[in-house]
Design a protein around this ligand. Structure first.
Ligand code: AMP
Length: 991
């Protein structure tokens, strides 16, 4: 009993300590308590048996509420079997409950004199029950009626106090019971002879508390009965929608595991702190998939919150396919500057793009056609749609380029074409469309007079009838008058034939002739006028009939050429306006990918004009270089926009390289800056060993610069002239091969160069030739060889294919023509193509079939290749790929180069007028002035005297350089032809 007392006092001390702590006790929020013996109000209703076994000890807490604890300490007697059983503890749906026991247990050794039956453990049992049937009475309790949870031992019985005393230790043990299924359970504690104080019994289960994950709400969930996870389906929070069914797993420990699926905030709402908050006014969120609300794009607004899209401002629209993030746009303004070029019953209409595209890149054009009758003033009233009779090329509606050709119109009819620019929102606008009208009248002309014969008092004319006609030709009407006398007198003659001799004319007088056709449908328009002069009396006085004929034929030939030349310009004239070399996208089948860098391997050139913002093209294709990485050394040339310097570029962690630096001179306009940089955005798209490589640009500080690889030997034409006659044919072939390979690459990229010439090829220290000069405006503003044509465009006539001169048909095939001329320049060491012939003569001669002869020492095969490049029909010209293959074969097989072309005579009757009359003038004209002295001191004074100078004589004269000899001899060939023609004309005059 003494022991018991000691034990009780110690126990009470402990209990009070525990009660103090009790007020601070906070159970985790995932634990739900089913029973807590310390805080249970009122009688616990526990039973003990036998009565001298477990004893209830009540203490009052600070609120004066009794707290019940149990103890037993019958250690002195053997055969103890003391049971303590709780009341029914409802399970509350839990399948797994935890039992937390707080107790003290004395070790037997600490109790002096206790017998060997003293125990240091106790057993804990449970019994499941529906509550209907009372549990087995305790006095008959047998272990088999209960399920044993565990035998509980103390971890420690005593602990050391601060002052070194042994203090009884409060033990805490937790056990769990799984697989519960009945309404509740009883816990039972069996003491077999230990000294125990059961201070607190707590029974609880665990749950996963309410949680919000991925915008899904997961409700409070009781954990599973065993180790299995409980799968829980979440529901989306307010203003959210399911993207993928949200699920999570509640673990047995009361923790949430593995979130799967998610909810997202609905349009008009964005996620903030796990909730969906409405977008503020001025912001919108179009899709649940967008993370955040965005500011309304340009020309749109949202006055309310929760906006899923912004409303377009008045006059602005959004096409159905436009993303909601795109600015609202409006229909384009009308196209500008319509130009028509009528060719009988066909018309080419061209116009400029609308000044305002409405903010869109999808502008197309539609052309409406009306046929009108009556005078011009009455047109509107009497116009009817053209119907399907007119043929539009490439199409009538949805034109992507501002140009259309309309054919199969009726002759001599007034038409009104209305051109409209349309974009993706034109149909949404109720405002009337902006149209631009153009009126034209088709004609029916007699085509060019093609033949004539002259005598003292008569002139014979011949012509071709109209190609298209609204009826059979009844007759032709020939009108003529004496030049400068038109107002006074003109004569009209009629004939059914297309040849007529007009008689009764004054000798040596110039007449102006015009011809028109009269058909069932009425009179057509006059063809072009032609001026012809009758022969002079004195010329006729001395003549023999044969020579008369020769003269007539000769003049006829001249006239034919003149007419063809005129025709050529008439044809080219159909394209009014400035022949500025722009890539014609429709003709050249360029693929535009706006705003995008070409995909690797796609090899398609992107025209910088397809960018709304040209600076973007520069950013896309050219690397920005920090000016501090550049060191300028010296000026090496002058470009269109400023100086060209050489210098060094050292990029971080790269070796220093030699570069050429083109700078944009101060005081430039924005347009000039764009044009200057356009060269970089074109060049930056190319990557080929025979194309000049762009290193980068400097745009962030002034002056703006373009940095390219440095080409030690400068431009090819100057280089060749400097090293006249110094290279082997194979070396020259290597240069030509390089240029052809570069051009093959460009043509495969769908890029048409338009100004291929030796002056635009750069040569490096290893004689590698690279194609350069890619600016947009450079063609051909800065090219000294480009001349204005009659239509105002600039074209380097000598290098340009006839179809490109005549009607701007610039293609890779016209580049092939220019390549042939460049080959000729290479073999002749920079000789000027067609020497000093005038551009007009060059056009005339080419049209007549004349082609440049082989330069001196030129292998036949190379001249043949040039001739192939100069095929009139562009589809007959070789492709650059074939040229490369051809040149490779020649390089591999040099014996094929042995046969040199024989180029002594010109086959062509058309020769240039000599622009000089003395040997000195002649040498000046061929830039060989340095030999004037040599010729004059050797007695060559008249031009005639040099006609038969041979190579060996040139050597004796002191002209030793092979290239110079070549140049002089080719020019002598030219003099020969001129001489021959003069002689021929002289003979005719004498007739
Ligand atoms: P451009 O305006 O491009 O025709 O250049 C004018 C001149 O500068 C050319 O005729 C060349 O002599 C010289 N030049 C241009 N680029 C280079 C370069 N990359 N390497 C060497 N010289 C160049």
């Amino acid at each position: 009993m003494a022991l018991y007392r000691i034990y009780s006092s110690l126990f009470l001390f402990l209990l009070h300590t525990l009660l103090d702590c009790q007020a601070l006790r906070n159970y985790p929020d995932n634990e739900v308590t089913l029973l807590d013996s310390m805080s249970a109000p009122g009688d616990l209703g526990w039973e003990a048996y036998p009565s001298e076994g477990w004893e209830e000890i009540s203490v009052m807490d600070e609120r004066n509420i009794p707290m019940r604890t149990y103890q037993v300490c019958n250690v002195m007697e053997a055969n103890q079997n003391n049971w303590l059983r709780t009341a029914l503890i409802p399970r509350a749906g839990a399948r797994r409950v935890y039992v937390e026991l707080k107790f003290t247990l004395r070790d037997c050794n600490s109790l002096p004199g206790v017998p060997g039956t003293c125990k240091e453990t106790f057993n804990v049992y449970y019994h499941e029950s529906d509550g209907a049937v009372p549990p087995p009475p305790l006095r008959h309790a047998r272990e088999s009626q209960y399920v044993k949870i565990d035998t509980i031992a103390a971890d420690e019985s005593f602990t050391q106090s601060d002052v070194g005393e042994r203090v009884m230790k409060l033990n805490t043990e937790v056990r769990h019971i799984g697989g519960l299924s009945k309404r509740g359970l009883y816990l039972a504690f069996q003491d077999l002879g230990a000294c125990i104080a059961l201070v607190s019994v707590r029974v609880f289960y665990k749950r996963c508390p309410l949680a919000v994950t991925n915008l899904a709400l997961f409700s409070d969930t009781v954990t599973g009965g065993d180790q299995a996870l409980v799968e829980v389906r979440g529901s989306c929070v307010e203003y959210a929608e399911e993207l993928e069914a949200p699920r999570m797993f509640c673990s047995a420990d009361g923790g949430w595991l593995v979130p799967i699926g998610r909810c997202v905030c609905r349009p008009g709402f964005e996620e903030i702190d796990g909730q969906c908050q409405p977008c503020r006014p001025g912001f919108y969120k179009a899709s649940a998939m967008d993370a955040y609300c965005m500011k309304c794009p340009s020309h749109s607004y949202s006055h309310q919150d929760k906006a899923s899209e912004c409303v377009c401002e008045r006059g602005y629209y959004r096409a159905e396919t436009d993303p909601r993030s795109m600015a609202c746009t409006r229909p384009p303004s009308s196209p500008g500057n319509p130009i028509s070029t009528v060719n009988e019953t066909a018309v080419t209409l061209e116009w400029s793009p609308p000044r305002d595209t409405g903010g869109r890149g999808d502008v197309t054009y539609s052309v409406h056609c009306r046929k009108c009758s009556g005078s011009v003033g009455e047109m509107v009233e009497k116009c009817v749609p053209c119907g399907s009779s007119a043929h539009f090329s490439p199409r009538q509606f949805g034109l992507t380029h501002p140009r259309v050709q309309v054919s199969e119109l009726q002759p001599r009819t007034n038409y009104t074409f209305s051109i409209e620019a349309v974009n993706g929102v034109s149909d949404l606008s109720p405002s009337p469309r902006h149209l631009v009208n153009i009126n034209i009248t088709t004609s029916q002309t007699v085509s060019v007079i093609v033949k004539e014969r002259r005598s003292r008092d008569s002139i014979t004319l011949a012509w071709q009838g109209p190609e298209t006609s609204d009826g059979a030709v009844v007759e032709y009407e020939v009108t003529y008058y004496e030049k400068n006398q038109r107002d006074q007198n003109y004569t009209v003659l009629k004939t059914k034939s297309n040849i007529m001799t007009v008689e009764g004319l004054k000798p040596g007088t110039t007449y102006v002739f015009r011809v028109r056709a009269h058909t069932d449908g009425g009179y057509g328009n006059y063809g072009g006028e032609i001026e012809l002069e009758t022969r002079h009396e004195d010329m006729l006085a001395v003549g023999d009939p044969n020579q008369n004929t020769i003269l007539a034929v000769s003049i006829a030939a001249g006239v034919v050429l003149l007419i063809l030349l005129v025709a050529c310009f008439v044809v080219s004239g159909r394209h009014c306006g400035y022949i500025k070399a722009k890539q014609d996208p429709e003709e050249e089948k360029m693929q535009f990918q706006h705003g995008r860098v070409p995909l690797p391997g796609s090899r398609t050139y992107i025209h910088p004009h397809t960018y709304e913002d040209p600076n973007q093209a520069v950013r896309d294709f050219a690397k920005e270089i920090d000016v501090s990485n550049i060191r300028i050394e010296r000026v090496i040339g002058a470009g269109e926009f400023g100086e060209v310097c050489s210098g060094r570029l050292r990029l971080p962690s790269k070796r220093e390289i030699h570069v050429a630096i083109k700078s944009l001179k101060a005081g430039y306009t924005e347009q000039q800056r764009r044009d200057f940089l356009s060269e970089a955005s074109i060049m930056g798209q190319f990557d080929h060993p025979n194309i000049i490589r762009l290193e980068g640009v400097v745009t962030r500080c002034k002056p703006v610069m373009i940095i390219t690889e440095y080409m030690e030997n400068g431009s090819l034409d100057t280089f060749l002239k400097k090293h006249d006659g110094q290279f082997t044919v194979i070396q020259l072939l290597g240069m030509m091969r390089g240029i052809a390979a570069g051009m093959q690459y460009l043509s495969e990229m769908n890029y048409v160069h338009r100004d291929l010439a030796a002056r635009n090829i750069l040569v490096n220290g290893n004689l590698v030739c690279k194609v350069s000069d890619f600016g947009l405006s450079r063609v051909l503003e800065d090219d000294p060889d480009a001349v204005y044509t009659t239509r105002g465009g600039k074209i380097p006539i000598r290098w340009t294919a006839p179809e490109a001169i005549a009607y701007r048909k610039f293609t890779s095939a016209s580049d092939v023509w220019s390549y042939g001329i460049t080959m000729w320049e290479v073999i002749s060491y920079g000789e000027r193509p067609y020497w000093e012939m005038s551009n007009q003569d060059v056009i005339k001669a080419i049209d007549e079939g004349y082609r440049l002869p082989a330069p001196m020492d030129c292998p036949v095969v190379l001249h043949q290749l040039m001739l192939d490049c100069w095929e009139k029909n562009r589809s007959d010209r070789p492709k650059f790929g074939q040229i490369v293959i051809n040149l490779d074969q020649l390089i591999r097989n040099p014996s094929s180069l042995k046969q040199l072309a024989n180029s002594t005579v010109w086959e062509d009757p058309v020769t240039p007028e000599p622009a000089f009359s003395t040997v000195a003038d002649w040498l000046d004209s061929i830039k060989m002035s340095q030999y004037k002295e040599h010729f004059s001191s050797a007695g060559y004074v008249s031009l005639d005297s040099v006609l038969y100078v041979s190579v060996s004589e040139l050597g004796k004269l002191g002209v030793v350089l092979a290239g110079h000899q070549k140049k002089i001899l080719s020019s002598i060939q030219c003099l020969h032809v001129q001489q021959q023609q003069q002689q021929q004309q002289g003979t005719q005059v004498q007739v």
